[in-house]
Design a protein around this ligand. Structure first.
Ligand code: NAD
Length: 269
């Protein structure tokens, strides 16, 4: 007797061929049900912490040596262009030495059995390096530059890490890091809201839920039934979340693979 879920198949009553066909159909149906599930993973600086990239709030992190107003605002770019370009050149150079950790890899692995979209606040490309194929960057991408005049003219930095001060786009305008600075609008926010509104399950990893509007994404889930899983060793601001919330108080590299394994089993039942 073979039990698959609640269904019992017995080869005594079925010919071997019919039995194998039933079994294949059952496995296929299970696979299709899982494949239709939509999981959205919303990540912040914490998911890359185990890869050695400092978070925003780490006391000894990269931001400890810089004031946001000096390097991460449109005014800074206008008044102190060299310092801003240098800051992002150093971040880019540093990021070339970083590799995805077990958290990024576990997120990417879910693509084999569910529909997954990653919405990240991070500007690094560790989700892509891990193999995630659908990644929305809310705050821009470190490895890209864009025209100061036309935000749709975006260029990959193909060789190395360095942006020179006088680099220009095809429109003749100076290029700037493809980063959403504090005080600027977040063009991908509406897209991200629609993605979150489609989720059957929302997984949140490594974000203090303190930087808006990104932090508000957790309120765009379709209804109060959608479960939210949070993996973060700290205490993100979850006071206003009304959905079923499971907080896994672990580092991303530990908690995310555990959660992914748990969901894989639960969804297969
Ligand atoms: N890697 C990056 O691209 C990077 C790095 C620093 C900052 N940022 C930017 O700074 C802003 C900061 O907001 P934020 O909420 O993403 O970061 P944050 O610094 O405000 O919060 C980081 C969160 O990560 C958690 N954390 C720390 N170590 C962790 C670990 N090992 N595993 C999992 N979680 C861990 C902390 O408890 C905290 O809740 C974002 O806009 C982001 O774009 C990006």
């Amino acid at each position: 007797m073979l039990y698959l879920g609640n269904v019992a198949f017995t080869s005594r009553f079925l010919s071997e061929q019919a039995y194998n066909t039933q079994k294949k159909l059952y496995i296929w149906e299970k696979f299709m049900t899982m494949a239709k599930k939509k999981i959205v993973v919303f990540t912040g600086a914490g998911v890359s912490a185990d890869s050695g990239i400092a978070t925003f709030r780490d006391a000894d992190g990269l931001w400890a040596n810089y004031r946001i107003e000096e390097v991460c605002t449109p005014e800074a770019l206008k008044n102190n262009r060299a310092k801003v370009i240098e800051f992002y050149n150093l971040r880019r150079k540093e990021s070339l030495t970083k590799r995805p950790n077990a958290g990024h890899l576990a997120i990417a692995s879910m693509q084999e059995w569910v529909d997954v979209v990653v919405v990240t606040q991070n500007v690094d490309n560790l989700h892509e390096q891990a193999g995630s194929s659908r990644v929305v960057h809310l705050h821009g991408e470190l490895m890209k530059l864009r025209s100061e005049r036309n935000p749709d003219l975006i260029y990959d930095i193909n060789d190395g890490w360095e942006q020179s001060l006088d680099e220009r786009g095809e429109d003749g305008a100076l290029l700037r890091p493809h980063i959403v600075f504090f005080g600027e609008s977040v063009p991908m926010f509406d897209t991200a809201c629609k993605i979150v509104a489609n989720a059957d399950i929302l997984i949140v990893v490594g974000t203090s839920l303190a930087v808006y509007p990104a932090a508000a994404l957790v309120y765009y889930v379709r209804d109060r039934q959608v479960p939210i899983y949070l993996v973060d060793p700290g205490n993100p601001d979850t006071a206003m979340i009304r959905n079923p919330l499971t907080h896994i108080k672990e580092r991303g590299a530990v908690g995310v693979p555990q959660l992914v394994e748990q969901l894989r089993h639960e969804l297969a039942e």
